[in-house]
Design a protein around this ligand. Structure first.
Ligand SMILES: Cc1cc2nc3c(=O)[nH]c(=O)nc-3n(C[C@H](O)[C@H](O)[C@H](O)COP(=O)(O)OP(=O)(O)OC[C@H]3O[C@@H](n4cnc5c(N)ncnc54)[C@H](O)[C@@H]3O)c2cc1C
Ligand code: FES
Length: 287
């Protein structure tokens, strides 16, 4: 293991019981939940995440990680955050029953987040629920929201979201991605909406047509992210991957979330996804 700082690295994260404000179904088995949590919401940046837990519950005992979907404001002040989730197991089944007014336990913000937007063109490539970080990334990159702790001197001149899902029933929150200036391209495995095929075809098409993006951010199933990373390496496009590695503690203590990265000397080493990630440069990762 390399000499990385242990939990003290996460100095600004907080653990709190917070209130559910609302819950909305976005697609099949997929929901958006809004939490009132001003302190955490004012510190978080796109690509960071937080852990969620049922207070006082031993099954599941451990929290689960969820990415920032968006922050929300009241009277011009950031007071809370939204996250999007798909039902897969124990906690997400419980979460779908949560009602406004309910208390839940969260801690965060955690992880590093995506790099701050810069000039040139940015393409975000999302597979399934991997779309959740990209509303916040897009709104920041388009200059529609300024995170207080980020410097965004130069914005991208083009921002594209390529969003792929199994079928149109699983495309979540498409209306929320109707942001001024955002180019949204859809693909479905069954052809029920948008391009019939893989979301990576949209990246290949852009490259073939001479519209290669200057940088790519991606999140979704590992095989999809591997494909995005490989296409980008071949086309010499920098990419950043947001990993959804299962996690136990979320703050660097348990090493349950390690991933392999290549070091400058060509050797492999391990990084904890929860503190050194979840966003890693594609060129450095072995998935
Ligand atoms: C940094 C980060 C951000 C994430 N953001 C989101 C988000 O915004 N929205 C969202 O819906 N999900 C997100 N996830 C994934 C989410 O944490 C899992 O879906 C969640 O932990 C499932 O909890 P559960 O108790 O419902 O399922 P469990 O009962 O824990 O598991 C159900 C099944 O899913 C499998 N599983 C659980 N977690 C994962 C995983 N991460 N990868 C592959 N298989 C898994 C288990 O092996 C099991 O088969 C994120 C994960 C990470 C690491
Ligand atoms: S989840 Fe415990 S070290 Fe990352």
């Amino acid at each position: 293991m390399s000499d990385h700082p242990l939990p003290g690295l996460v100095t600004t994260s907080q653990q709190q019981q917070v209130t559910v404000v609302e819950q909305e179904q976005l697609a099949k088995d997929t929901y958006r939940i809004r939490l009132y949590c001003p302190e955490i919401a004012r510190q978080i940046v796109p690509g960071q995440f937080f852990m969620v837990r049922v207070p006082g519950c031993s099954d599941p005992l451990l929290g689960r990680p969820f990415a920032l979907f968006d922050v929300y404001e009241e009277n011009g002040e950031v007071v809370g955050l939204d996250f999007g989730y798909v039902i897969v197991g124990k906690l997400t089944n419980i979460m779908a029953t949560w009602q406004p007014g309910q208390q839940v336990e969260i801690w965060g913000p955690l992880g590093n987040g995506f790099p701050e937007p810069t000039g040139g063109s940015l393409m975000m490539i999302a597979g399934g629920i991997g779309q959740t970080p990209f509303l916040a990334v897009a709104r920041e990159a388009l200059g529609l929201f300024q995170y207080p702790n980020r410097q965004t001197d130069t914005l991208p001149d083009k921002v594209t979201l390529c969003y792929g899902a199994r079928s149109k029933d699983y495309l979540a929150g498409l209306n929320m991605f109707e942001q001024p200036g955002l180019d949204v391209q859809i693909s479905t495995d069954d052809g029920s909406m948008g391009h019939h095929g893989l979301v990576t075809d949209l990246l290949k098409r852009a490259i073939d047509e001479g519209n290669a993006p200057d940088r790519v951010y991606t999140c979704g199933p590992v095989p999809m992210m591997q494909a995005v990373r490989d296409i980008c390496l071949e086309a010499n496009i920098p990419s950043w991957l947001s990993l959804e590695t299962p996690m136990a503690c979320g703050f660097g203590a348990c090493f349950s979330c390690v991933t392999r990265v290549r070091q400058p000397d060509g050797e492999w080493d391990y990084r904890r996804t929860c503190v050194e990630g979840p966003v890693f440069p594609g060129a450095e990762l072995e998935l």
